[in-house]
Design a binder for this molecule. Structure first.
Ligand code: PLP
Length: 375
């Protein structure tokens, strides 16, 4: 099996530990253990229960408590038995794609998106047909283009909603139209939903495809919206048949998740309003700072994100994206992701859910860099 190098993750690995201003991060500014205990409202009780945890493999598919807390994020179709935990969403995506992709089939992939979602299907012998989201459409999918990409061999359509890198949000009516396209083709519909629940405007939470469609499969994670990437806990939610296939794969890679990670993820999701309230406060406050900054920069533009932690920003300079981002890093220590990681030239992805100090310092460093390019 051959697989394309994962540009985003390699760029992150190369820069994130030495950056002065990490404004490439996609997680909401992570909690400390102490802060999580505080948010639980019962720090002593939680610590007491953690100390009693038996440090064996634990529940192979994820503890009943965690799976129930995850299932509560979905509608009626998804119960605890429709949830399988994984090592992050990256593990969940891998399992789901391994379970759903057949060699010789076609996979329709809505892009730009997280590279894993199309490079893994390619590596598994599928033909990937990309349908691009366009800036002039506000990065909303063209459902007819998705329908046109479906052919007699299409077994899977892959989405990422809310979207990385644009922060665009596909609402329920369009999602339902995409479900109809999948249903007409009798195809699976897989959606990476790691930024779900981080819709900025109240009342705009996107439904999960796992709730909308009998062949819908969703992945989620503690990393982004719930600000707990260090727990390395994600999940696949979907029909029992798919979870069994995922488990057949997972038996070869994971055995079980970490029992402490599992327990802490359950604590967080049992206090989901407190955790999400903090996350939403950070993204909404910080996006206002980004808005004001973009308005002051005449050679930058973006489609304002409606969800998540990131934005795709286009710049009007001739410099290619990799040179732009590396030059910025070398001059100032400010770290952003080149748009070419998502097939977008003359653009970079900004992560704005970091601490306010880092965001302000990072944006100011970008402005200084732009002034040097103006000269
Ligand atoms: C769309 C998307 N899916 C999955 C992941 C991986 O997340 P996790 O930390 O849960 O493995 C990321 C991380 O950036 C992501 O942006």
């Amino acid at each position: 099996m051959r697989i394309e190098p994962f540009f985003v993750e390699q760029w992150m690995n190369a820069h994130e530990t030495t950056a002065t201003w990490n404004i490439a991060e996609t997680c909401v500014h992570s909690l400390t253990l102490d802060q999580l205990l505080e948010l639980s409202g019962d720090a002593d009780g939680v610590v007491h229960r953690l100390k009693e945890i038996w440090l064996g493999y634990g529940d192979i598919v994820g503890s009943p408590r965690l799976r129930a807390a995850i299932a509560a994020l979905y509608g009626e179709r998804i119960g605890p038995d429709n949830v399988l935990t994984a090592i992050g969403a990256i593990g969940a995506n891998f399992l789901a794609l391994y379970a759903l992709v057949e060699p010789g089939t076609t996979v329709v992939s809505v892009q730009p998106t997280y590279q894993q979602l199309y490079s893994v299907p390619e590596s598994l012998g599928a033909e990937v047909k990309a349908v691009r989201l366009r800036e002039e459409d506000g990065y909303q999918p063209d459902v007819e283009a998705i329908r046109a990409a479906v052919d007699g061999r299409t077994g899977l359509i892959v989405l990422n909603n809310p979207n990385n890198p644009t922060g665009a949000l596909i609402g329920e009516p369009v999602l339902r139209e995409i479900v109809e396209v999948a249903r007409d083709a009798d195809a699976w519909l897989f959606c990476d939903e790691v930024y779900r629940m981080l819709e900025h405007e109240a009342g705009t939470t996107a439904p999960s495809v796992a709730d909308l469609y009998e062949k819908g499969v969703s992945s989620g994670s503690m990393s982004k919206s719930y600000s707990l990437a260090g727990l390395r806990t994600g999940w696949v939610a979907g029909p029992a048949e798919v979870l069994q296939r995922c488990l057949d794969v997972r038996d070869y890679t994971t055995i079980s998740g970490g029992v402490l990670d599992d327990a802490l993820a359950a604590v967080a999701l049992e206090h989901v309003d407190a955790v999400l309230g903090r996350s939403l406060g950070i993204v909404r406050g910080n996006l206002a700072i980004v808005d004001a900054w973009i308005a002051r920069e005449p050679r930058l533009r973006y489609v304002r994100p409606r969800a998540g932690t990131i934005a795709l920003i286009h710049y009007e300079y001739e410099v290619p994206a990799v040179d732009f981002c590396q030059g910025l890093f070398d001059e100032s220590g400010a770290f952003v992701m080149p748009g070419v990681a998502f097939g977008e030239e003359h653009a970079f992805r900004l992560g704005y859910a970091c601490s306010r100090d880092v965001l302000e310092g990072g944006l100011s460093a970008v402005s200084d860099y732009l002034r040097s390019l103006d000269r």
